[in-house]
Write a protein that binds this ligand. Sequence first.
Ligand SMILES: Cc1cc2nc3c(=O)[nH]c(=O)nc-3n(C[C@H](O)[C@H](O)[C@H](O)COP(=O)(O)OP(=O)(O)OC[C@H]3O[C@@H](n4cnc5c(N)ncnc54)[C@H](O)[C@@H]3O)c2cc1C
Length: 347
Amino acid sequence: MSSRQNAVSGLVIDHDLSDANTLALPSRAERFWHARVERDVIDGLELANAQGWPITVVGGGSNLLLPPAVGGLTLRADIEGTTFRAGDGGAVHVEVGAGVGWHALVDACVEREVWGLENLALIPGLAGAAPIQNIGAYGVELADVIDWVELADRRDSRVHRLERDACGLGYRDSIFKQELADRVVITRLGLTLSTRPRPQLDYGVLRDRVATTPSAREVFEAVCAIRREKLPDPALTPNAGSFFKNPLVTEATASRLLRQAPDMPHYPQPNGQVKLAAGWLIDQCGLKGRRKGAFGVHDRQALVLVHFGGGTLDGLIAFADELVDIVHARFGVVLEREPRRVDASRG
Ligand SMILES: Cc1cc2nc3c(=O)[nH]c(=O)nc-3n(C[C@H](O)[C@H](O)[C@H](O)COP(=O)(O)OP(=O)(O)OC[C@H]3O[C@@H](n4cnc5c(N)ncnc54)[C@H](O)[C@@H]3O)c2cc1C
């Protein structure tokens, strides 16, 4: 990593981000700001405002597609600290800084036999990024446990608290991906968990792996084991987890596809839409294990694209677009990308 410390405190010029994104895409930030407390975040935002720089917020880089050069100011909020406070009826109120590692937080809760996050074990990244796409796995999503999000807003350089209902949390979506994108930096989260056992074992594969009345630790270990079997470790095989969202289609589209493929996994949603499994669609097109140059479809999990080294963002996007076209031609369903692509022209 090479970078130069600028005269302005906290500002690093020409910062290497290649090992700060789990796809290991080569990338450099023109300017990088590492914030350790709320005040640092505000200072970074004020500096960007004064200079007219766009802002790119990064966390652990596990859901980011980075171009070779990121202009403007790249900012990471590494705010530490987790507190647990007992509430009524077994409730446990947890406050966590944006810079706390997500998996470490889940582990700390499980260690206290506090329920609510165990199904979300082993998701890479920092707590501050969790609301951005309302992280979810094995039938649980952040929206089930979050109370509020604190964020610093570029518009007024102040920290605000947004209650859960104002966060627009949906399937891999939130207000932070939409109206507030590149305007706010999440600094802290508030969650309500519970000491009362509430195992969520609706994913059959999980139920089969634990006792009838499991401890939070047992569920956590089962989730970790299943994930390790299915997903490549980004430290060994660079990837960004699921590259595509599971598509939501109309009931009519789902019925049409089910006539074509009666065994197609499909999950009716409360709003009448039907969720399909993007990995299954890709797999059906015979694309599992396909490789082209520096990129490929993982051979055990068709939803994950892997980087074998030497590639760049453009190559990855071209490879992903080909997959989208093939799936569209076969099923008439358009796959949408899950990781966020940072715009190369910023700054
Ligand atoms: C192997 C693997 C498995 C995965 N499994 C899952 C899974 O099961 N479920 C799931 O939902 N996701 C999964 N992911 C995706 C990813 O781990 C999550 O989206 C995670 O929350 C991203 O955290 P991060 O800190 O790495 O964020 P980054 O990738 O650095 O950033 C992601 C987005 O959040 C924004 N952001 C980050 N921090 C902040 C902040 N403090 N304030 C404002 N904006 C911010 C960024 O601008 C960007 O838009 C997986 C990824 C990998 C590599």
